[in-house]
Design a protein around this ligand. Structure first.
Ligand code: GUN
Length: 282
């Protein structure tokens, strides 16, 4: 039976420490502030954003939200970001994805001042991550790296297999693991014989959004399993990418869904907001 990695508890502990740090900053006259931009209606985004605002409130970070109509033009979106870039009271800017497909999200991400890019999506910050330099690491990969640290899971020389190559999770996560001297395989929709690859994993991280995709016959004994999936079934119940009940007896460590990676993502966003506030006031 695997050790269950308690992301909820670790995130709570992290937020408590960040609250103390935030109070220290305020004593120095620094008032950290995050602005979140959402475009159009998206039920999942609404839940994520509510959790982000709650965490800001708990830690003491000022929080402001722009809910833009889905008919907004690219020009108006860019102008809003440029206004927030110039606003010295704003330390972090987060554009919640997805946005309507007629808008260019890549242009929007690279318009955000990279010093305020608490999501770590700006090409400058992605580039710094690849080069192994200090940067804003995007929140989900960063949260997973914090879990490895907390549970003393050493990545050096390990075979890490990542399912999914998204810009938000798979790609930056592969860099984070490479920076820790792991050997990385990234699988995606065109990968052949996935099971042959997953069976060789010392650490398997799934971020593909397919409920119960990873089964126990796809992994070896003692594997470390990180489940990034958040899948909502017809019964509204949230499940991960991993068949938890089936795999937990074979794994050495496993993250649950919910209560695993999700809460850590939010805690790392808060961490990045404080980092931004500190660096802008140096
Ligand atoms: N949509 C899903 N996850 C994320 C995230 O981490 N950041 C942003 N900005 N949008 C998302």
């Amino acid at each position: 039976m695997a050790v269950i990695i308690d992301g909820k508890e670790l995130a709570k502990k992290t937020r408590q420490n960040l609250k103390i740090e935030c109070e220290e900053l305020k004593k120095q006259g620094i008032n950290p502030k995050l602005v979140v931009i959402m475009v159009g209606e998206n039920q999942a985004s609404k839940i994520y954003v509510r959790n982000k605002s709650k965490a800001c409130e708990e830690v003491g970070i000022e929080y402001e939200e722009y809910l833009l109509d889905d008919k907004i033009t690219q020009k108006d979106l860019i102008e809003l970001i440029e206004k927030l870039n110039k606003d010295k009271t704003v330390n972090g800017i987060l554009l919640q994805s997805p946005i309507p497909s007629n808008l260019d999200i890549n242009e929007a991400f690279r318009t955000i001042d990279y010093k305020k890019d608490v999501d770590g999506f700006h090409p400058m910050n992605v580039g710094k991550l690849v080069l192994g330099q200090d940067t804003f690491v995007s929140c989900t990969p960063y949260g997973i790296m914090r879990m490895f640290e907390e549970y003393n899971i050493d990545l050096s020389g390990k075979n890490v297999v990542i399912l999914g190559r998204s810009n938000i999770v798979g790609k930056p996560l592969s860099q984070c693991c490479l920076n820790k001297n792991a050997t990385i395989t990234v699988c995606h929709s065109n990968t052949k014989n996935i099971e042959e690859i997953t069976k060789k994993a010392d650490i398997l991280i799934s971020a593909i959004g397919k409920s119960h995709f990873v089964k126990s016959d796809m992994v070896r004994n003692g594997v470390v399993i990180i489940d990034v999936g958040i899948n909502r079934g017809e019964d509204k119940k949230i499940t991960g990418d991993v068949d938890f009940e089936n795999v937990k007896n074979k794994a050495s460590y496993i993250t649950p869904v919910p209560g695993g990676v999700g809460p850590m993502t939010i805690a790392m966003l808060i961490n990045n907001c404080l980092k931004a506030a500190k660096e802008q006031n140096r």
